[in-house]
Structures are given as C-alpha cells and as structure tokens.
Design a binder for this molecule. Sequence first.
Ligand code: FE2
Length: 287
Amino acid sequence: MKPIVKAFFDEQTNTVSYVVREPDGTACALIDSVLDFDHAAGRTDTRSADKMIAWVKAEGLRVEWILESHVHADHLSAAPYLQEHLGGKIGIGANITLVQDTFGKVFNEGTEFQRDGSQFDALFNEGDSFHIGQLRGDVLHTPGHTPACLTYVIGDAAFVGDTLFMPDFGTARCDFPGGSSEALFQSIQKILTLPHETRIFVGHDYKAPGRDDYAWETTVGEQKALNIHIGQGRPIEDFVAMRDARDATLSMPRLILPSLQVNMRAGQMPDADTDGNVYLKVPINKL
Ligand SMILES: [Fe+2]
C-alpha cells in the first residue's frame, strides 16, 4: 500500500516534517515535528506546528501516531502540542533510555527526570510493527547518528530521519555522544536492502552545492547509485575515514542545548523553577 506523504519544510532548522496518510482513508501519522524556538529570546512559537494542524484538520484526518525518528539536536519537537490538538500516541526508539542517561548526566538532571522512556507513549524496537489505519509501519533500528535512531517503513515509503540525506548531500554526522560512523554505515546498508523503488524521505535538507531548491524525496535505487558518501558500494573503511574527518570540522548545531533538554522529555519543557517559570540550562565546557 502506498501512503500519501505531505512534507512541511522548516527553513530555520532545515527540518522536514511529514504527514503520512492512508491512500483511501483518514488515518495519519505525523513524523518529526518542529516547535519554533528563538534561542536569543528564549521564546517558543507554534507557527510551524499550527500549519500542520491546520492542514490535518482541513483534510479531515485522524492522527494515530506522532513519531520521532530520534532525539533531535537541532530543533525542538512539537509532539506534545500536536497531541493536545490532534490526539495520537507519541513514539520513539527504545534506546531513548541511553540518550536520557547520557544527557541526564550532561544536564545534571535530578531523580525526578526518569530515564526509562516513560515520557513517551510507545518505545519501538527493531522488528516492531504498528498500524496507521490500513497502513502498516515497520520499525528498523538504524543507529549511528544517535543510538536511538529509527527508520519507519510505512508501505513503500521509508522515513529515514538523520541517516541518509539526499544523494548529493550524503549522510548524517556521527559525532554526538553515542554516535558511531561504523554503526551508521551498517544502518544505511540495512535501509538499502529495501526494494529499489522504495521512496526515501529524509529528515533534513541543506541544498547541496549546485542545487538551488530544497529536496527531501529520493529512492533506495538513487541512493545506491548516487549517494556521494556511500553510493557505488563504497567500503566501510573509506566511509568511516571520510565521515570521522568531516565530523571533526563541524560545529555544534545552534539549538543543541535547548533541543536535547526538551526532546529527551518527549518535547515537554523541564518542570518550572521555584518562581513558576521554566528555565533551560547551559552546561559550561561539557559538550
Ligand atoms: Fe538529528
């Protein structure tokens, strides 16, 4: 079954969010949503999420799932806001517990911050499946960018999060805590065992040099032939050397500190401080 896929692109964070719906029905899932955040002002905005909500309502859709491919480090998730307005269950990879453990320490979270993934409604493992109305979703564990990264294969469409990007841009970085270029290579091989014509929807786009427009949809066949980092059967040693060298030159994403603190809580802000206001931390010299 071929789902209908609607993409929403956020130019502020280069994130692609998706609504995946039944071809002949009203069930849908939302993948990798964005809560707008002005870091300098410490102010959130729901403009991006409101666009998605308006579209879902206009189409008369029923949200069954709000899925995260991983704990994003470059944008805040709008999952709780979307759930409040549209319903649906929030799902992420079971290895979220590793990410919560790592960043619970980085941000010196107290015991009130649970590291068991209980902030989410569903924790997925490799081989799990779920339904969006008549559509079936299958879960691939695709670590490397982070230890909890998942690929959701829904009908003939694979939502790969931050593993592969468009063929002319390559692959995701592997230098965050718990990341591994060897693991990413293996995860990508797993994605590339899907049928050639499988549609691949990527989690970000940054316009590769020479390309004027944003793009987010490709296929397994195109990735195998053309991906500048792993195409043409590139061996793992070459990929790992290239990826690690490149990652050593990258600076941290602009929103990494707020993103991690919010996204490891399934998109919820930390509890309010004693004055009733919410604060995010900036750990000094820890990342
Ligand atoms: Fe990411």
